[in-house]
Design a protein around this ligand. Structure first.
Ligand SMILES: NC(=O)c1ccc[n+]([C@@H]2O[C@H](COP(=O)([O-])OP(=O)(O)OC[C@H]3O[C@@H](n4cnc5c(N)ncnc54)[C@H](OP(=O)(O)O)[C@@H]3O)[C@@H](O)[C@H]2O)c1
Length: 216
């Protein structure tokens, strides 16, 4: 499948590499074409990888994955050209974190509790099928959950059942065996608001390689 990765950070690079390894054609998008990190990533991934502006990548992808800084994700969508998302499934991995006052980051108030970044993305792209997932784990765990000593779960939020099934296939190809469909996109409020706890656990455990285990 042709897949767009919007974002040149560690999430975009890690998830994008995994997708090229799985045989997908992946274009990484950035504010500028020829972005240094994107060029480095293409070199590392080989023939299945390419790079360009956010809008080039969004036009290329049958599936679009948002891996941008959460505070500017809506701006990045604007730069990508909203028309390029029409009818497509969009995986949203972003978190509404504000790093402007240093560490630890805080949740952006307007995007929490009674709202979420996932919902804002869906409102911005009414003709796309947004699925929030993978935002609750470190990027190395996203693509290789078996790094953890036990099976854990990944969550999914979205309004469109067919899009969630398509995203489940991608998640299974990454190794996720327990996928919990939380419901519509408003359920992203819960997975985004778990970040303050995730960040404190990261500090306490001194590793990002962990996940929450759901026990009934
Ligand atoms: N790190 C993890 O393991 C992890 C885990 C779960 C979720 N997340 C979430 O995943 C997302 C990506 O994280 P990351 O650390 O890989 O990357 P990041 O540093 O948060 O974001 C990098 C991307 O944001 C773009 N960007 C920055 N300022 C911009 C602006 N003013 N307008 C438009 N785009 C702008 C950059 O564009 P350029 O390419 O042009 O510089 C770059 O592509 C975040 O929302 C994060 O919360 C991260």
């Amino acid at each position: 499948m042709n897949i767009a990765i919007l974002g040149t950070g560690m999430v975009g690079a890690t998830v994008g590499k995994k997708l090229t390894d799985l045989g997908h054609k992946v274009m990484m998008g950035s504010r500028t074409s020829g972005n240094e990190k994107a060029l480095e990533w293409v070199k590392k991934c080989g023939a299945n990888a390419s790079e360009g502006k956010f809008s080039d990548a969004a036009a290329f992808g049958e599936l679009i994955i948002l891996c941008t800084n959460g505070a500017v994700t809506i701006e990045a969508i604007g730069l990508s050209g909203k028309e390029n998302f029409k009818g497509k499934t969009v995986i949203d991995i972003t978190n509404p974190l504000d790093f402007s006052k240093g560490m630890p980051p805080t949740l952006i108030p307007e995007l929490t509790n009674t709202n979420s970044l996932g919902e804002e993305v869906q409102k911005t792209l009414p003709d796309a099928k947004v699925v929030k997932t993978l935002n609750t784990v470190n990027c190395e765990i996203m693509i290789e959950p078996s790094k953890l000593s036990e099976e854990t779960s990944i969550y999914m939020s979205g309004n469109d059942a067919a899009a969630k099934e398509k995203v489940s296939e991608i998640l299974r190809s990454f190794g996720w065996t327990s996928i919990i469909d939380l419901g519509d996109i408003s359920t992203a409020r819960g997975t985004e608001m778990i970040l303050p706890l995730w960040i404190r656990l990261w500090g306490a455990l001194k590793t990002g390689h962990f996940n929450f285990k759901i026990v009934k």
